[in-house]
Design a protein around this ligand. Structure first.
Ligand SMILES: Nc1ncnc2c1ncn2[C@@H]1O[C@H](COP(=O)(O)OP(=O)(O)OP(=O)(O)O)[C@@H](O)[C@H]1O
Ligand SMILES: [Mg+2]
Length: 348
């Protein structure tokens, strides 16, 4: 049974649909990330799960129990937000133990639990300090410890690392994932950073304009995106407008081999690292998709060289080459080739 099951939930704000009806299943102990651009409905989804909002339609189950009408305090959830929202006038230990004090747990039990959590978030000995005496990353670890102190059945995090600089954010990604695994706590995490989502998640749900476009593991999303939006949002991709006719599929006026031919014109997506560059005269292996063009730019960026090839018909593709492989100069005629099954057919 899923730990969390959202069934056809939608949300309207004053008549405006912010979230289209969606289904979401989160497994026991799973780390699921909601990923998407600003305004796509990530926070709305999280607040529905938390109980701060009531869905316009649909219902939410936790472990089979319908919690749609339960207020947040009765849902056994823990939450972490971008602004750590620690109580500044309370010590770290009191911050972590706050919820347990509210629940009137025995003092000794609270002290034990706080000590255990300080160990877990690698801040032993920091219990007597105040939030202002901690770094941003340390404060966020305290916020995580506070969120899980009462052993919630679901941990919800909304851009918890948004305020940290890149290096610290990367370290904290590992740290949060470690803590989440140690507790085996079902988690729904929100970010608009695709690398963060890929680094942390068991599965990622890609959202756009209040719609859930695709859910899958990082490699499923990256290798088999279904829509243009997903393909473009996660990583880089060449989006080629493909015309379907009686003679086959054409891109930039050139016939090209595809894995399967849809009935109608479509978008063919090919990742830059899947494309190979060939000199104009070289015969490509017969099982490849090949397009002819002219090399118009090359940029050495260290581990790779980024190559742009103009295919004509106002179509340019970008490919990643190993620096030693680029034997063609700007202005020369070239071919780009890829394995047909490495290209994806995308819908809008
Ligand atoms: N209280 C509200 N009243 C009216 N509209 C709202 C309210 N909260 C959010 N919205 C709208 O609902 C949509 C989704 O908002 P939401 O906060 O869920 O987006 P988000 O994905 O979390 O974005 P961000 O990455 O910027 O935090 C947006 O169009 C937003 O303007
Ligand atoms: Mg948000």
């Amino acid at each position: 049974m899923s730990s969390v099951s959202a069934q056809g939930i939608s949300k309207e704000y004053a008549g405006a649909l912010a979230l289209r009806p969606l289904d979401l299943e989160v497994g026991e102990g799973e780390f699921l990330t909601l990923l998407g651009p600003s305004g796509c409905g990530k926070t709305t989804t999280l607040r529905l799960l938390a109980g701060f909002l009531t869905p316009t339609q649909g219902r939410i189950l936790f472990g089979g129990e319908d919690v749609t009408r339960l207020p947040p305090q009765d849902r056994r959830i823990g939450m972490v937000f971008q602004d750590y929202a620690l109580f500044p006038h309370m010590s770290v230990a009191d911050n972590i133990g706050f919820g347990l004090v509210e629940q009137r747990r025995p003092k000794a039990e609270i002290a034990d639990r706080v000590a255990e959590l300080l160990q877990l978030v690698r801040l032993p000995g920091a219990g007597g300090r105040y939030p202002a005496e901690l770094s941003g990353g340390q404060q966020q670890r305290v916020a995580v410890a506070r969120a899980v102190a009462h052993s919630p059945r679901l941990l919800l995090m909304d851009e918890p690392l948004g305020a940290l600089d890149l290096k610290l954010r990367e370290a904290m990604q590992q740290e949060i994932r470690r803590i989440q695994k140690a507790l085996n706590i079902t988690t729904v995490y929100v970010t608009h950073d695709q690398l963060e989502a890929m680094a942390m998640s068991d599965r990622i749900a890609i959202m756009n304009h209040g719609r859930m476009e695709q859910i899958g593991t990082a490699s499923e999303i990256y290798e088999q995106p279904r829509t243009r939006f997903v393909a473009d949002f996660v990583g880089q991709i060449n989006l080629l407008s493909a015309k379907v006719g009686p003679e086959g599929v054409f891109v930039a006026g050139q016939k090209v081999r595809v894995d399967r031919t849809p009935e109608f014109d479509f978008t063919l997506g090919v990742r830059p690292e899947q494309m190979r560059l060939l000199p104009a005269g070289q015969l490509a292996p017969s099982d490849r998709s090949v397009l002819r063009g002219k090399l118009v730019a090359r940029h050495f960026v260290g581990n790779i060289t980024k190559i742009s090839v103009d295919l004509g018909a106002e179509t340019t593709v970008t490919l990643d080459c190993h620096p030693n492989d680029v034997i063609v100069e700007v202005g020369e005629a070239v071919q780009v080739a890829w394995l047909p099954d490495k290209a994806v057919t995308l819908v809008d």
